[in-house]
Design a protein. Structure first.
Length: 122
C-alpha cells in the first residue's frame, strides 16, 4: 500500500523521503532497508516517477553505492566544534589563555567531528 500510494504521488510531483538514524535499526535490518530503498528508487525511476531518498546513518557499509552519494558530516565539523567550545570557554574564563587553548583542542579532538545538540537550561 505504501509503495502504491507513493507512486501515485511521485508520478505527479517530486517526493523526497528522509530516513533518519537507519543504523539504529541494527546492521542486518539497516542493510535490508537500505537495499529496499535503493530498489524502490530504481523502480520509481524506471516508471518516470520522481523519488529521492535521503538516509542518515553512521557510515558503516550498509548503503548500496549504485545511486547514493555520501556526506560524512563528522569530517566537516572540526572548525565549528572548536568555535562552540571556544565560545563556551570564553564565558567561564577560569583558565589561563594557554591552558584554555589546550582544553579547547582536547575537547575538539575528542569530539571526533560529532556534535551532540542539546538545549542548555538557564
Amino acid at each position: 500500500m505504501f509503495e502504491e500510494q507513493l507512486l501515485i504521488v511521485a508520478l505527479t510531483r517530486q517526493v523526497i523521503l528522509f530516513v533518519d538514524a537507519l543504523d539504529e535499526a541494527g546492521e542486518e535490518t539497516a542493510r535490508t532497508l537500505a537495499e529496499y530503498f535503493n530498489d524502490l528508487t530504481v523502480q520509481f525511476k524506471e516508471q518516470n516517477a520522481s523519488l529521492k531518498i535521503c538516509i542518515s546513518a553512521r557510515h558503516y557499509p550498509i548503503l548500496i553505492r549504485t545511486v547514493s552519494k555520501d556526506v560524512w558530516v563528522e569530517e566537516e565539523n572540526g572548525h565549528d566544534i572548536q568555535t562552540v567550545v571556544r565560545q563556551q570557554l570564553d564565558k567561564v574564563k577560569i583558565l589561563s589563555a594557554e591552558n584554555d587553548k589546550l582544553l579547547c583542542d582536547e575537547i575538539s579532538n575528542r569530539a571526533k567531528g560529532i556534535f551532540q545538540w542539546g538545549k542548555s537550561s538557564k
